[in-house]
Structures are given as C-alpha cells and as structure tokens.
Design a protein around this ligand. Structure first.
Ligand SMILES: [Zn+2]
Length: 103
C-alpha cells in the first residue's frame, strides 16, 4: 500500500465521518424537536440545512407541550364572569361554565 492511497483512505474516512456526524446531528435535532412537540420533519430539514445552529436553537426552545397549558396574554384571556384565565378560542368557561361566545 503506497502513501498516496493511505492519504486517500484517510481523506475518505474523515469525509465519511463528517457525513455521518452531519446525518446524526440532523436526526438528533429532529429528535429533540419532537420531544418538545415540534415537527420532526421540519426540524430534520433545518438540521440538514443548518447543522449545529438548528441544534442549538432547538435546545434553547421551550417545550411547546408544557407551554400550551401555561396561561399567557397571547393564548388566554380572563373569563368575564369568574376572571379565571381561559383559552381565547373557548366558547364556554371550563371553571364556571359561563358562556363566553355571547359576551
Ligand atoms: Zn369563568
């Protein structure tokens, strides 16, 4: 085996390693996203396009499933009858059964 072919093999191996870590990174990004209730496919694409950046972004993102149940000004409004925070789309208050569609 000549030195030339050894270099070629090493170059090939490092290229293969880069490719594998790129693929694993993209799938790991998608996996983390899925654990946080985000789209697996969408984050897989982002993971392929922007390795590292998308992974860091998805790690920094809040858990959407948890966030959904935390009342905030964007998703919730106080009930006009009992003042409990209710989802804005709600037609009936889950706390006092007040009809919110009318008010
Ligand atoms: Zn109410």
């Amino acid at each position: 085996m000549s030195a030339m072919s050894l270099t070629t093999i090493l170059a090939g191996l490092s290229l293969l390693w880069a490719l594998v870590s790129w693929l694993v990174g993209a799938f790991f990004t998608a996996y983390v996203a899925q654990q946080k209730s985000y789209s697996f496919l969408w984050w897989l694409i982002l993971g392929f396009l922007f390795p590292f950046i998308s992974l860091l972004t998805v790690i920094g993102l809040p858990d959407r499933a948890l966030n959904r149940h935390v009342p905030n000004a964007v998703t919730h409004a106080p009930c006009s009858n009992c003042a409990e925070f209710v989802r804005k789309e709600a037609k009936q208050c889950p706390f006092c059964q007040h009809n919110l569609a009318v008010s």
